[in-house]
Design a protein around this ligand. Structure first.
Ligand code: NAD
Length: 488
């Protein structure tokens, strides 16, 4: 095996790191400097079967434990995340390429997600009613069994924690399939969960790429699959998992619109737009990717360019995930230029001294984009904003509504009436008013519309309870009288 910082990664099954069956491996490259961090095994159906068997064995005891006991693990896990925040953030930054500040914010979000899970006993109390004399109906949220979580590269710790604390606190056992591009942070999360007292087998990691995802979708003992990634793969996973009669929630890609009105506060708007398009190098499903400028907003566009120029690769802007991604993003910019759009700030060809093998793209502002251009319609997933010019708010909404995606949309205005108009008409699951990245914080749930999400409900917050549990309804009569039945 080649020399690398973390060597050949192992799966995590039944509380232990174990070798995957011999087979293909994939390199894990640090986007920041191009160094080889590890090799990741592409697990086989045999590895998955072992992990599922461990999860099945752990399920009876874990699921029967009262939820108030189960959440004690997550109080301790939250404390361990806080204690190991810097170390976990450093791993996230190293394998994903985001800045240390962004990685710290990511781990802080993991802490908030875990905090929510510790409140689940308060939220899953079920209902009970005496429906006729001496006869009670009761509902209970019952765990599903073995569930799977398939995650993308852009948040190596946060997206896994969208599912881990809630699904497990609600009594399920999990198979986690990390992104092949960033599989290291999750191994640290597994160690912290074990240290927090999570019983062996409740949480398992099976590494791999598309092949193991197909095995997961087809596995008869996996009851539910959650997926976060691109729309193309979300569709495949949703179709395949539901084809084998599983419950599935598949979150896909995005093209988020910011509608900027002439009465918007210029400094605040410019800072928000620039931060939204460039944070995590634009690799957020909530990133602003298209801006619709309504009427005369030239001074705001100038300020956005000023803000964008303050964002410097390798300093306050991280790397994009890999060479293919850098090339793809730069291709989009060049194509828009060739089609007549104006590149106001150009991030192509960015280099960071001492990190020549890193994959950086500078912030890019493209003006006078036409609605049909690829940069206006497709997910670029880089620090690029495409500005379209329109005369009216209705035209802006028409552009937003025509997107096949529907994760987020934001409006920048000081007029409450216009803001409400946008909230009512934007075709997206998460709307911002003067907020560039309108991620709902716990207990509110996260989830888009249209081709940004397939399946019912949301992945986090209260909405996730319905996904990770099923309802048991019991009708109970203990009084001895004859003639009193459930309908009397
Ligand atoms: P991706 O779709 O390429 O990969 C996601 C997961 O699917 C990975 O674990 C990968 O191994 C697996 N996979 C890849 N190709 C597959 C195939 N053909 N069949 C089965 N499985 C396959 O996504 P990515 O590049 O890792 O992440 C970026 C994407 O994720 C962007 O589109 C982004 O918008 C999206 N995303 C969405 C949300 C959301 O909440 N909607 C959140 C984060 C990221």
């Amino acid at each position: 095996m080649r020399d690398s910082k973390y060597g050949l990664l192992r799966n995590f099954i039944n509380g232990q790191f174990v070798d995957a069956a011999p087979g293909r491996t994939m390199p894990v490259i640090s986007p920041g400097d191009g160094s080889l961090l590890a090799d990741m095994p592409c697990s086989s159906a045999t590895d998955l079967n072992i992990a599922v068997a461990a999860a099945q064995a752990a399920f009876p005891k874990w699921s029967r434990m009262p939820i108030k006991e189960r959440v004690q693990v997550f109080f301790r896990y939250k404390y361990l995340l806080e204690k190991n925040l810097q170390e976990l953030a450093a791993l996230v930054s190293e394998e994903n390429g985001k800045t240390m500040g962004e990685a710290i914010a990511e781990v802080e979000k993991c802490i908030e997600l875990t905090e929510f899970a510790t409140s689940l006993p308060q939220l899953v109390t079920g209902e009970v009613l005496e429906v006729s004399r001496g006869v009670e109906c009761r509902t209970e949220h019952v765990p599903l069994g073995v569930v799977a979580s398939i995650v993308p590269f852009n948040f190596p710790a946060m997206v896994p924690n969208w599912t881990i604390p809630n699904a497990l606190a609600l009594g399920n056992c999990m198979i986690m399939k990390p992104s092949e591009k960033v599989p290291i942070s999750v191994t640290r999360i597994a160690v912290l969960l074990k240290e927090a007292g999570l019983p062996d087998g409740v949480f398992n990691i099976v590494n791999g790429d598309s092949e193991i995802v197909q095995e997961i979708c087809d596995h008869p003992a996996i009851e539910a699959v959650s997926f976060v990634g691109s729309t193309k793969v979300a569709k495949l996973v949703y179709q395949r998992a539901t084809q084998s009669l599983k419950r599935c929630l598949a979150l896909g890609g995005a093209k988020n619109h910011l509608l900027v009105l002439p009465d918007a506060k210029p400094d605040m708007t410019a800072q928000n737009v620039a931060a939204s398009m460039s944070g995590c190098a634009g690799q957020r499903c909530m990133a602003a990717s298209a801006m619709v400028a309504v009427g005369q907003v030239d001074s705001i566009v100038d300020k956005i360019c000023e803000e964008a120029r303050k964002i410097v690769p390798g300093k306050n802007l991280g790397a994009v995930i890999n060479k293919e991604s850098k090339e793809r993003i730069e291709r989009y910019i060049t194509e828009a230029e060739q089609q007549g759009a104006r590149i106001l700030v150009d991030g192509r060809g960015a280099k960071v001294a001492g990190k020549e093998n890193g994959t950086y793209v500078g912030p890019t502002v493209i003006d006078h984009v036409q609605p049909g251009m690829a940069v206006a319609v497709e997910e670029i997933f880089g620090p690029v904003i495409s500005i379209m010019r329109v005369d009216t708010l209705d035209e802006a909404l028409e552009i937003e509504n025509s997107s096949s995606y529907g994760n987020a949309a934001s409006v920048f205005t000081q007029n409450g009436g216009y803001a409400r108009y946008v909230i009512d008409r934007a075709s997206a699951g998460m709307i911002g008013v003067n907020v560039g990245v309108p991620v709902p914080r716990e207990p509110f749930s996260f989830g888009g519309w249209n081709e940004s999400k397939f399946g019912v409900g949301d992945i986090t917050g209260k909405s996730s309870i319905e996904f990770w549990t099923r309802l048991k309804k019991s009708t109970v009569k203990w009084n001895p009288e004859a003639g009193v039945n459930w309908m009397s």
